[in-house]
Design a protein around this ligand. Structure first.
Ligand SMILES: Cc1cc2nc3c(=O)[nH]c(=O)nc-3n(C[C@H](O)[C@H](O)[C@H](O)COP(=O)(O)OP(=O)(O)OC[C@H]3O[C@@H](n4cnc5c(N)ncnc54)[C@H](O)[C@@H]3O)c2cc1C
Length: 482
């Protein structure tokens, strides 16, 4: 990177806010998806919205591509740097700016850690509902960009339900305010467009979030089944009976083994484990608990436990939330997938995954947000064995294709990022992608803001307007774009 550009950045963020040493830059070369790595030219660590704005203005003027980064826990390569570009880390912007209980909202900087919002408001009986399993480390800015989910989003909704307003630095360095402090503002829901845009439309510098009053009673049940099919039938039974638990999570035996080895959650050793959490007024929770127990038993549950104390509840959740990281206990390497299927297709996809696993000779552990039909197959492999990583990628890709074939999606919450951009054309036709590109170009005509992510192939905003014209080889059925 040219010295003048580095000098300009240094003058904004100071010496301690600019990283250019290769050994320090390596920290930023990937996110939680470590298969993809690119060394950025520099990393800047602004400590205010004004600094973010000034940095982006330099990038815009000098045509330097940039990628925003929160905590770097993303699992789709969203924060993967761009070659010859810079990373803008929001880690120093980690202040909770306002807490407004009468209006049940907080205003935070993007680098605030998800769990810290709940820690701050819980003494007053509130919590921040979206709870990714990475909540103790991931940032609100990253959650906004990925529209992150978590176990309790079944009842409370994903991040998008909880973002009221945003302050955003647009890719040309101008500042915009999207949404606001109240719900349902007139005009287009541009804040809704920004949430889930994976860092491609600008950088959030302030976020207005809803907080939720903690329910009077929370009850957590564990139900042990012989198979995930039986557990899946219980999930359909619970939802079909008109109940909306706060969370319904499922783990198969490999995931249970890994979680046990890691956090000793004392789960029953079974083929399919359901974690069901019910919350609300006491009488309602009592009635729903009886109903859930009845449905689980009818579907084959041979043991049902109810957490008796907050400590027991915590350990149940600790096991589930540690499930990804715990895979390291049973496999040298693993790949996390994030497909969605209609809930009713659960038994079908599980048996297909089992067949693929047997054919390709790789084990697959399964952890699900079962209530949402959001699967997290964890493909286990040994990166030291030549060819196994490639095989694991193939198996993961095949699982995503199955999700699409069954009417689902290639991602539920981890985003498309770098990893799944080639799968977008398996899910969307060219006119759909074209429409999405029009939105991106409206925000970022110079394609500087996290370029080359999300979409299957690079397209310049001025490249072409009007309907997509396929290449003659596509028309002839000889070649296909991915
Ligand atoms: C063990 C583990 C468990 C996980 N469990 C879950 C889960 O249950 N649910 C879930 O949804 N995800 C989960 N994730 C994935 C990840 O934690 C989430 O995607 C999270 O929201 C990423 O936040 P981050 O701060 O780490 O963002 P990063 O990884 O740093 O960035 C993610 C994306 O956000 C963009 N970005 C970051 N900050 C901003 C900003 N201020 N403005 C604009 N764009 C920005 C980046 O450019 C990138 O595209 C898990 C990850 C791990 C490692």
């Amino acid at each position: 990177m040219r010295t003048e550009v580095l000098d300009a950045l240094r003058s904004i963020v100071g010496k301690s806010g600019l990283i250019t040493e290769p050994e320090q830059l390596h920290t930023y070369e990937c996110d939680g998806l470590t298969n993809f790595r690119v060394l950025p030219s520099a990393v800047v660590l602004p400590s205010s919205a004004q600094q973010v704005q000034d940095v982006v203005k330099v990038c815009h003027r000098e045509k330097v591509p940039f990628v925003a980064r929160g905590s770097g826990t993303g699992l789709s390569g969203g924060a993967l740097p761009v070659k010859d570009g810079i990373v803008i880390s929001l880690a120093r912007m980690n202040h909770i700016l306002e807490v407004d209980y009468p209006n049940a909202r907080v205003v935070v900087e993007p680098g605030v850690i998800n769990a810290d919002v709940t820690v701050r408001v819980s003494p007053n009986g509130y919590f921040y509902a979206p709870d990714p399993s990475s909540q103790s480390v991931c940032s609100i800015g990253g959650n906004v960009a990925e529209n992150s989910g978590g176990a309790h989003c079944l009842k409370y909704g994903f991040t998008t339900t909880h973002v009221l307003g945003l302050e955003v630095v647009l890719p040309d360095g101008s500042m915009a305010h999207l949404g606001g402090r109240t719900l349902d503002r007139p005009g287009y829901d541009v804040a809704g467009v920004f949430v889930g845009s994976e860092g491609t439309l600008g950088i959030a510098t302030k976020v207005i979030l809803r907080i939720v009053k903690r329910p009077a009673v929370i009850r957590t049940l564990l139900a042990a089944f012989n198979t995930t099919n039986e557990a899946g039938a219980a999930v359909s039974g619970i939802i079909g009976a008109g109940m909306l638990p706060a969370a319904i999570e499922m783990m198969d035996n490999l995931s249970i083994q890994a979680a046990e080895a890691s956090v000793h959650a004392n789960y029953p050793d079974c083929g399919g484990l359901l974690l069901v959490e019910l919350d609300g007024p006491e009488a309602e929770v009592e009635a729903l608990t009886d109903e859930v127990e009845r449905i689980c038993k009818e579907c084959g549950a041979w043991e049902i436990r109810v957490a008796q104390t907050q400590a027991e509840r915590d350990v149940v959740w600790k096991g589930r939330k540690a499930a990804f990281a715990a895979m390291g206990r049973i496999s040298p390497s693993y790949m996390v997938q994030d497909g969605v299927i209609p809930r009713t297709a659960l038994p079908k996809i599980l048996s297909e995954i089992e067949k693929l696993s047997a054919t390709m000779g790789l084990k697959v552990a399964n952890v699900f947000h079962a209530g949402d039909g959001n699967l997290h197959p964890l493909v286990l492999y040994d990166g030291r064995i030549p060819g196994q990583e490639k095989l694991a990628e193939e198996l993961s890709g095949r699982i995503l294709e199955l999700c699409v074939e069954m009417g689902g999606s290639i991602t539920g919450e981890h985003g498309v990022g770098e990893e799944k951009k080639h799968f977008m054309s398996k899910m969307f036709a060219e006119p759909d992608l074209e429409t999405m590109q029009l939105v991106r170009c409206a925000f970022d005509p110079d394609r500087l803001c996290n370029p080359d992510k999300v979409f299957p192939r690079t397209r310049m905003c001025a490249e072409r307007t009007g309907p997509y014209k396929p290449h003659p080889l596509e028309v002839a059925g000889v070649a296909q774009f991915f």
